[in-house]
Design a protein. Structure first.
Ligand code: 5GP
Length: 179
């Protein structure tokens, strides 16, 4: 894939503005209650770190690592828990932070995991991007930044074969470019 053929979908400014709006909503919802922000690696790392900077309540950050993609541009349809060690989250406010909800299998896996392992005070799911058209589960994020079409997106945490997570914007490329 040639990075020069990437078309910009959301600029850095659009992303940062939307993140501040989401944080404001969360600040209103949680007030001064402590929140455990659970970042799903690797894709959500940029989003999670920017989001928490605008949260005003006491925040603890946790990181878990899952994988469902085959390394390229296709999902395996099966979620693998690479590292999901978490502290005791009983009676805690948990905010799961994802880069994108696509089929929703990862979100469902995580919400089931939380339900099975903890009696949290609250569990909210936040995703920067929501690819609603690709959904195969009935999971909906409580917070999302932008709804997107069924395109393969790259940048701001989202990779292509491990690359381009460091882009400050989110772009897409024609399917033919990815073959
Ligand atoms: P889901 O389980 O909802 O199908 O997919 C969740 C994961 O698939 C995301 O966390 C992300 O890592 C990956 N994913 C889904 N859509 C895209 C996309 O358009 N681009 C990239 N780079 N990864 C995606």
């Amino acid at each position: 894939m040639d990075i020069n053929n990437l078309k910009v979908l959301f600029t850095e400014e659009q992303i940062q503005t939307r993140i501040k709006e989401l944080a404001n909503e969360m600040n209103k919802f949680y007030g001064n209650e402590e929140v455990y922000a659970v970042c799903v690696l690797k894709g959500a790392v940029m989003f999670a770190t920017d989001l928490v900077k605008s949260l005003s309540m006491p925040v603890k950050m946790e990181f878990i690592r899952l994988s469902s993609y085959n390394g390229g541009t296709t999902t395996s349809g099966k979620v693998n828990a690479v590292d999901i060690s978490l502290p005791d989250l009983n009676e805690k406010n948990v905010l799961i932070i994802e880069d994108i909800v696509d089929t929703g299998l990862t979100a469902k896996f995580l919400l089931d995991f939380m339900n099975c392992n903890f009696h949290t005070k609250s569990t909210k799911f936040c995703s920067l991007l929501d690819k609603k058209v690709a959904r195969v589960t009935d999971v909906e994020p409580d917070y999302y930044g932008f709804e997107v079409d069924d395109k393969f997106l790259i940048g701001y945490g989202l990779d292509y074969d491990g690359y381009y997570r460091n882009l400050t914007y989110i772009g897409y490329t024609d399917k033919s470019e990815l073959e």
